[in-house]
Ligand binder design. Structure first.
Ligand code: CO
Length: 466
């Protein structure tokens, strides 16, 4: 019997897309032992924005969350999303930091590490891949991930070539990541058939979002074209900016005569569990019902929904909403000048802001942001297509040259760890604390101070009780 398996995303991407990653561990601990019996391919539960959110908003130790997930999901593959050399932050970390982060992720319970780079510059995912293989146990899977976008240079052939490269690099599975939800059923069919032909029986995964309303049709075509795994979210946390629904896809696959391996009773129980959780966040305003709707604008302008809402917010702040249409029309021009980067964090913000600046000043690139300058210098990696030479000259001068190696090639040994240890002093208890500090110094310092204060209070309380 043909098989298509499902990854459940409610604990990571679904809650990140719908409610800004504010779901605390305590809200879902009660359903984990059931989820462990559901028969998912994997549960995406860590990485992405969860790490930052734990420290910044939820007062949770992200590593402790991971250990608890491991304890309560002993038979399930635990999956994380990792931004290659950026780990879970927004800058490029040194190789020794990337290695240690992966060692600790596996040690604390992660099985599947899905690794991507915003520009699909695979030099930026190589260190993470090598570290995953170095610290792998029998359950570890290194999954190479492609940021999907549409442009004149992002052809089916180009994507097939990227998949071949990921396979040659040593990744065990490949994921197509359509973060904006703009992949059409037609494109899915051509891509997946082509890729499957090129990579043979290697597992191929499709990750998409319902944002534009395309996802269910796209998944249907993906299934007919030979996809192995699809990402879905329990139905009450599905749709809108999140993934398609787990139960819906379960029933659809059943009709196809395709085995999903899911336990019907349990996936329904999981959904029943999350219904009141969702209601709680709708009631307190953290889950905006707007994010549950369909917004096809991204298909017209080829920009992700989140980028549009950002632009509207910025222009409103500057009382310049009359420039919205112009700014929108400017985005494809800036993106083309930059060599068609996929519009995913942080590039979506960089391109959007530059387009707004160009339109507000009334002259293209009179003012160039620091981030775009660094991008032109090559600090983010290689652009998918050549950058406009005029733009290069503006930033680097007539005979300026971009960086042609990864910036981490200027290798360091241990300096980040020593600096973190010194900064934390007696607040530091573990390698995990040090790693949290390297990734998010301010948030971690505050979190560790709060942890210490809480423990001291508890100690005083225990003594008085006695
Ligand atoms: Co996503």
């Amino acid at each position: 019997m043909k098989k298509v398996q499902l990854t459940e995303t409610v604990l990571r991407d679904a809650q990140q897309s719908l409610m800004a990653t504010r779901l605390p561990y305590s809200d879902y601990e009660g359903i984990l032992s059931d989820m462990d019996k559901a028969g998912y391919y994997s549960v995406e539960c860590w990485g992405g924005a969860t790490f930052d959110s734990c420290l910044r908003y939820l007062g949770e130790d992200p590593w402790e969350r991971l250990r608890n997930l491991r304890k309560n999901l002993p038979n399930t593959r635990l999956q994380m999303l990792l931004r290659g050399q950026n780990l879970l932050g927004y800058k490029h970390y040194h190789d020794d930091v990337v290695e240690k982060f992966i060692e600790l992720s596996i040690k604390n319970g992660i099985d599947v590490i899905r690794i991507f780079d915003a520009l699909n510059d695979f030099r930026n995912i190589e260190t993470a891949l090598n570290a995953t293989m170095k610290y792998a146990n029998e359950k570890t899977i290194a999954s190479g991930c492609i940021s999907y976008t549409q442009s004149p240079v992002h052809t089916v052939e180009k994507y097939i070539e990227m998949c071949r490269e990921l396979k040659n690099m040593g990744f065990q599975t490949i994921c197509l990541k359509d973060m904006a939800g703009t992949m059409s059923p037609y494109e899915a069919e051509h891509l997946i058939k082509g890729i499957k032909d090129a990579i043979g029986d290697m597992t191929l995964i499709l990750h998409t979002h319902c944002t534009t309303g395309m996802a269910y049709m796209t998944l249907t075509k993906a299934i007919e074209s030979g996809i192995d795994v699809i990402d879905c979210a329990t139905s009450c946390f599905s749709g809108g900016t999140s993934q398609p629904s787990t139960e819906t896809m379960f029933y659809a696959l059943q009709q196809y005569g395709i085995d999903s391996g899911l336990n019907e009773e349990i996936i329904n129980k999981v959904n029943d569990f999350f219904k009141p959780v969702k209601q709680k966040y709708i009631d307190n305003g953290q889950l905006n019902p707007k994010s549950l709707g369909t917004d096809a604008q991204a298909l017209v302008y080829k920009v992700p929904g989140g980028m549009l809402s950002n632009m509207i917010a910025n222009l409103t702040d500057m009382h310049a909403m009359d420039k919205f249409e112009d700014a929108l029309a400017e985005i494809p021009k800036v993106r083309a000048d930059m060599g068609y980067p996929p519009l995913v964090t942080p590039l979506s913000q960089m391109v959007g802001n530059q387009a707004v600046t160009n339109v507000l000043i009334g002259e293209r690139y009179k003012n160039i942001s620091k981030e775009i300058k660094n991008y032109i210098k090559g600090e983010y990696g290689i652009a998918p297509a050549p950058i406009n030479p005029e733009l290069i000259e503006k930033v680097l001068g007539a005979d300026g040259k971009a960086v042609d190696c990864r910036i981490e090639d200027q290798k360091r040994t241990g300096e980040d760890f020593t600096a973190a240890k010194n900064a934390l002093g007696d607040l530091c208890r573990s390698e995990e604390d040090i790693m949290s500090y390297i990734c998010y110094p301010d948030q971690t310092l505050k979190f560790l101070k709060d942890r210490k204060a809480k423990e001291e209070n508890e100690a005083v309380y225990t003594i008085t009780e006695m």
